[in-house]
Design a binder for this molecule. Structure first.
Ligand code: SF4
Length: 196
């Protein structure tokens, strides 16, 4: 299916959307922003934060026979229930925020425009803004495909096993394998820091 900026922009315009700045999409248990390595590096360049201060492995994954926990993507780090970059009622990395944030509440499924829950849906949107979101949606779609291809090319399979104490996270992404310690996670975090 060929994606057209004009067609997507017209659909967004018909649906209507304005960001109310409520921060609902940046907070709460449902907030879980997938972030790609290139986006993490861009945020690193704009801040003085290191990789693990920006992103963490998600809770979904599989154990290998050495007790390491394998996952396939990164999520923006949370502090408490919200994104660590939601500070004083706004995004502290607005100009460098990930594509998922730039396109929220819209996303594409097999070329079809879909919407997540958002209080700003239905409000009047200028066509220029709708076009910008449409361009970002296509950029996100292309990035996701490129990331998936690069991940597949670099992915090395492993022997499945059961949870063991100790071990590391192994995050497979478009850059290959990142091995990071099973750091002590915040109490509310779902990270599998132990086998419990
Ligand atoms: S990066 Fe910014 S826009 Fe994205 S969830 Fe965090 S605070 Fe919200």
């Amino acid at each position: 299916m060929r994606l057209s900026v004009q067609s997507l922009a017209e659909q967004i315009n018909d649906i209507g959307f304005q960001c109310l700045g409520c921060g609902q999409c940046c907070q709460g248990d449902d907030n879980s922003v997938v972030v790609f390595p290139s986006e993490i590096r861009r945020i690193m360049a704009k801040t003085d934060l290191d990789w693990l201060e920006i992103a963490r492995p998600p809770k979904d994954g599989e154990w290998d026979s050495n007790g390491d926990f394998h996952t396939l993507e990164w999520r923006l780090k949370k502090i408490g229930p919200g994104c660590r970059f939601y500070q004083k009622g706004k995004c502290a990395i607005y100009g460098s925020r990930p594509l998922l944030c730039r396109t929220y509440p819209f996303y594409l499924v097999e070329g079809e425009l879909c919407c997540s829950e958002c209080s700003g849906l239905g409000l009047k949107i200028e066509m220029d803004t709708a076009r910008e979101i449409a361009e970002q949606l296509i950029s996100r779609h292309i990035t996701e495909i490129k990331e998936a291809i690069a991940l597949t090319e670099r992915y090395e399979d492993f022997q499945r096993g059961n949870c063991l104490e100790g071990g590391s996270y192994v995050v497979h992404d478009s850059e290959g394998e990142h091995r990071v310690p099973r750091f002590t996670a915040p109490r509310s975090s779902p990270h599998p820091r132990s086998c419990q």
